[in-house]
Design a protein around this ligand. Structure first.
Ligand SMILES: Nc1ncnc2c1ncn2[C@@H]1O[C@H](COP(=O)(O)OP(=O)(O)OP(=O)(O)O)[C@@H](O)[C@H]1O
Ligand SMILES: C[C@@](O)(CCOP(=O)(O)O)CC(=O)O
Length: 455
């Protein structure tokens, strides 16, 4: 009772990370679709508005105490058109752009102090020297370094942060924030895309923000001009243009929900390294632009293979419903690595063949563009993984490079056990993650209280 009282006025939300299994690079163009899996690693925000304030200045304190006690303290007000100022000039462009866009969109007048606590699940960062704290509901890792200094695994921490923070702030300005309501999800998505795109320097397709909002999806992006055509933040027309863009314009994105077929799961292996997506993207763009006719042909080929993968996954979904016995036999063949039986499954064969062909093309692009999309060390690792029992296929998701690898494997398989102590897997840490269907959800604020350090 005492605890419940103390939690009054708090709201909590979480949003998932992502792995782009098919469609990397191509998805930057609205012509092509991508297959995005949402992950069980989530970014969380607990929010509370303490009303009202004496002055007309809003104060927004965002803390991310897992990262050496990181916190940002912003003030903003209607008179300065909601331009956020951080008290100690600490930079976090993602938080800043969320504040700019949510405040400009809602135009709140009655100043208040707002507190937001961010928590992120382990999957987002390499966990070499962290300390675990837990309560009866959740546990989080605490690092001795700031957020910008802890190595990332590439699961989309910034998109998760932007989506969950946008949701938390919207809930302060809106009484009703039912996340089953498509209209509300669309509001979160559109505001979060604008904020993420502005913070990131307008390079991404937005698949990570879409997955954090809607969950596992087949994604087709919006036209980039929707956001790049917005004027500068301080332009007097920004507010109405933002509101129109968020509420009235059809973004024409696809976000059809998908799920991996039953009996299959996603496994991610952190290689403790990481890549800079923006550099890879600009090198690939140079490669494409140097011979656009050939570039288009290569992309069209990769796109056919991406679509084949998506079709085969849908077919597997159908087969496991229509003929569960046959499907079960196929899964067991994968489990035992019985190559001749696996080849008898047209769906498995199609997926494996299409992934091989896509990877081959990306290895060629790697050589020609200088962008390390599939560097030899990752090729070697993926080949070694493909020989393990239960592995259907594997890729370096998203932009590729030295990020975590992603495998689709049978639910029964245990890669940890199969790879323990083996030289070729020495660099890999299997992440404790699984596919998740849903995107941003409401959580119980009580689950984020009184964390105790494990000894
Ligand atoms: N828990 C957090 N608390 C505060 N800020 C965070 C948190 N997690 C991420 N961020 C912000 O997001 C930035 C990292 O975003 P970035 O887009 O570089 O990586 P990512 O989204 O994790 O990876 P990728 O884009 O490769 O999937 C951090 O520097 C910080 O500004
Ligand atoms: C290369 C690209 O298609 C995928 C990048 O994915 P990731 O950030 O590496 O997971 C860029 C994008 O879609 O934003």
């Amino acid at each position: 009772m005492q605890i419940m009282k103390a939690m009054e006025g708090y709201r909590a939300y979480s949003a998932p990370g992502k792995a782009l299994m098919a469609g990397g690079y191509l998805v930057l163009d609205p012509k092509y679709r991508a297959y995005v899996i949402a992950l069980s690693a989530r970014m969380h925000a607990v929010v509370r508005a303490i009303e009202p304030k004496e002055s007309d200045e809003f104060e927004i304190n965002v803390s991310s105490s897992q990262f050496n006690g990181d916190h940002w303290c912003y003030t903003l007000c209607a008179e300065t058109r909601y331009l956020p100022l951080e008290k100690n000039q600490k930079k976090n462009p993602f938080i800043e752009m969320v504040l700019v866009n949510v405040f400009k969109y809602f135009q709140p007048q009655r100043a208040s102090k707002i507190e937001v606590e961010i928590f992120s699940d382990d999957g987002y960062h390499s966990q070499s020297t962290s300390v675990t704290k837990r309560n009866a509901f959740k546990q989080f890792s605490y690092h001795g370094k700031s957020i910008t200094e802890v190595p990332k695994t590439g699961l989309g921490s910034s998109a998760g942060l932007v989506v969950v923070l946008t949701t938390a702030l919207i809930s302060v300005f809106r009484d009703e924030m039912d996340l089953q309501n498509v209209k509300n999800l669309q509001l979160v998505h559109n505001l979060a895309q604008v904020a993420h795109c502005q913070a990131q320097g307008k390079v991404g397709s937005g698949f990570d923000v879409a997955a954090a909002t809607f969950g596992s999806i087949v994604y087709r992006r919006f036209s980039p001009q929707l956001i790049t055509n917005l004027p500068e933040h301080m332009d007097p027309t920004y507010v109405t243009k933002l509101q129109t863009l968020v509420d009235d314009i059809n973004w024409n994105i696809s976000n059809a929900r998908v799920s991996l077929p039953d009996g299959l799961k996603l496994v991610m292996g952190d290689v403790n390294s990481g890549s800079e997506t923006t550099k890879l993207v600009s090198k690939v763009k140079c490669w494409y632009d140097s011979d656009p006719v050939r570039g288009l042909k290569v992309y069209q080929f990769i796109n056919r293979k991406n679509e084949e993968i998506m079709t085969a996954l849908t077919e597997l979904n159908g087969l496991c419903r229509k003929d569960p016995d046959k499907y079960e036999v196929m899964l067991r063949a994968l489990d035992q690595n019985e190559e001749s039986k696996i080849q008898q499954s047209p769906e498995f064969s199609k997926i494996r063949k299409a992934v091989q062909e896509i990877r081959l093309k990306f290895r060629q692009i790697t050589q020609e563009s200088g962008a390390d999309i599939e560097p030899p060390v990752q090729t070697k690792l993926l080949e070694a993984c493909s020989r393990l029992k239960g592995v259907l296929t594997g890729v370096i998701p998203g932009a590729g490079g030295y990020d975590a690898i992603a495998l689709i494997v049978t639910a029964e398989s245990n890669l940890q056990l199969q790879t323990e102590g083996r030289e070729e897997f020495a660099a890999v840490t299997w992440l404790d993650l699984h596919q998740e269907d849903v995107g941003v959800i409401e959580e119980a604020p009580l689950h984020y209280q009184n964390f105790i350090e494990l000894t």
